[in-house]
Every structure is written in structure tokens, then in C-alpha cells.
Design a binder for this molecule. Structure first.
Ligand SMILES: Nc1ncnc2c1ncn2[C@@H]1O[C@H](COP(=O)(O)OP(=O)(O)O)[C@@H](O)[C@H]1O
Ligand SMILES: [Mg+2]
Length: 228
């Protein structure tokens, strides 16, 4: 059995930061389906649940070009998801890449997203994860509260996993790294009623593991925003 969780052409609707469709943000281009654990797998823990992410054709693109783009992005997302994981950033395992069908099969992670459980502990963890990701020369590209999955294992023990590497790319430019922080903070501000402690915790997490120049640049990015 599977539950369709995809968003169609009109994706990213439903309010908040994700629907703002601002400069440089693409519309949803994938459908996501959660496949339940099959026979012989542990349905109780959800340990073997899979997420099937399929890039859907876009009619406004030439069919051949459209196919090429979807394949390319599927491969890039698989690579960057795994590369981040090898760099020590929690991301889903990539179980399969079906290039002709532009489809990824990923490990299902977490039991909720960060938007549903905004807590300083998790934002600190996201800061550390982004710092480590940037240290490996990768930016996430869309680090919103919906692209962080939270898994609570016990009272204290929890894990924050980064998902959705569809807009990720390689870069070591401070400005690109700062943009990741800016996007995350914008997303927290759009979600939380009292965002400041969450953002301070996020920046403290980033400072622990990351480059201070990126935080300095973030202040410049914010300064520019104010005069737009
Ligand atoms: N590996 C995963 N584990 C659990 N949920 C996931 C996973 N991948 C995607 N999802 C769910 O599906 C949603 C959409 O997937 P995502 O990769 O973020 O694609 P989109 O580009 O549409 O934002 C996520 O916000 C999350 O709720
Ligand atoms: Mg997403």
C-alpha cells in the first residue's frame, strides 16, 4: 500500500515561506509517494519504509529537453544526498536511482518535519549539519523547515535529517553558503511565533562547526534585504 503525498503543478501552496515563489525558486517538480514496509519488513518501526520521488514532465518544455533535465536533476539529487551523508550530514540512504523514469527511491526518515516541531535543539543540529555540508563544499539550496525531518527516539535522543537535495550544488563561495543560512532563517521566521531563540540556537550550531565568515556574510545579506 502506498500513500500519495505528492504535490502537483500548483505545489508549494498552502501558505508561508514555501509558497512565496520568490526569485530563483522553482515550483514543485516532483511527486512523492511513501511506500509502506512490505512482507518480511518491519512495519511497526517503519524502518524499511521508502519514499519514491518522481520528477514529473513539464509540458512547457520541449519533450526531449524535459526528459534530459529530469534525468540530470534526479542523478544530481541522488549524488548530492549520498555525498552529504558521506561527509557526516544525516541524509536518507539512496536505495535506487531509476534514471529513465527520473525516479529516486529513498529511505524514509523522521516522523515529522521541523515545521511541526520547532525546537532549539533541532535548530542547533541543523546549524551543525549545514556547517558540515558547507565544509564539504555543498550548499543545500532549499533548507526550509519542511526539508528537515525529525525523528524522536527517546525523551532526549533525537535526530534531525536533511532531505530534498533537488536544488543542492557544489560551491565554496561564502555568499552561497550564507544564502543557505538566510533561507533557513526566513523559513523559521515564517513558521515560529518566537523565532529569535531558534535562530540564535541555529547560528550557535553553525558557529560550532562552521566558518565565521559565512555568519558575517549573512549579516551583509540581511542588510541588503532591508534596502530592497
Ligand atoms: N526521505 C524522506 N523521508 C520522509 N519524508 C520525506 C522524504 N523525502 C520526502 N519526504 C516528504 O515529502 C515531501 C516532499 O519531498 P521533497 O523531497 O521535499 O520534494 P519537493 O521538491 O516537492 O519539496 C517532504 O517535505 C517530506 O514531507
Ligand atoms: Mg521539499
Amino acid at each position: 500500500a502506498s500513500v500519495a503525498r505528492g504535490r502537483g503543478e500548483g505545489g508549494r501552496e498552502g501558505g508561508g515561506w514555501e509558497s512565496d515563489g520568490g526569485a530563483g525558486r522553482r515550483g514543485a517538480e516532483a511527486t512523492v509517494e511513501i511506500a509502506a514496509a512490505g512482507a518480511g519488513e518491519d512495519a511497526a518501526t517503519g524502518e524499511t519504509r521508502r519514499v519514491i520521488k518522481r520528477r514529473v514532465p513539464k509540458r512547457y518544455r520541449h519533450p526531449q529537453l524535459d526528459r534530459a533535465i529530469r534525468r540530470e536533476r534526479t542523478v544530481a539529487e541522488a549524488r548530492l544526498t549520498s555525498e552529504a551523508r558521506r561527509a557526516g550530514v544525516p541524509t536518507p540512504l539512496v536505495y535506487d536511482v531509476d534514471v529513465p523514469a527520473a525516479t529516486l527511491t529513498l529511505q524514509h526518515v523522521g516522523d515529522r518535519d521541523l515545521a511541526a516541531d520547532l525546537d532549539e535543539r533541532w535548530t542547533t543540529a541543523v546549524g551543525r549539519h549545514l556547517a558540515r555540508l558547507h565544509g564539504a563544499g555543498i550548499v543545500h539550496g532549499d533548507p526550509t523547515t519542511r526539508n528537515v525531518r525529525i525523528e524522536r527516539r527517546g525523551e532526549r535522543d533525537a535526530r534531525a535529517t536533511l532531505i530534498d537535495f533537488g536544488l543542492a550544488y557544489h560551491t565554496s563561495h561564502v555568499e552561497d553558503h550564507a544564502m543557505d543560512l538566510h533561507v533557513f532563517e526566513g523559513s523559521v521566521r515564517a513558521t515560529a511565533t518566537e523565532p529569535n531563540p531558534l535562530i540564535e540556537a541555529f547560528e550557535a550550531g553553525y558557529a560550532e562547526a562552521g566558518d565565521g565568515d559565512v555568519l558575517d556574510r549573512l549579516r551583509t545579506v540581511e542588510g541588503r534585504g532591508r534596502y530592497r
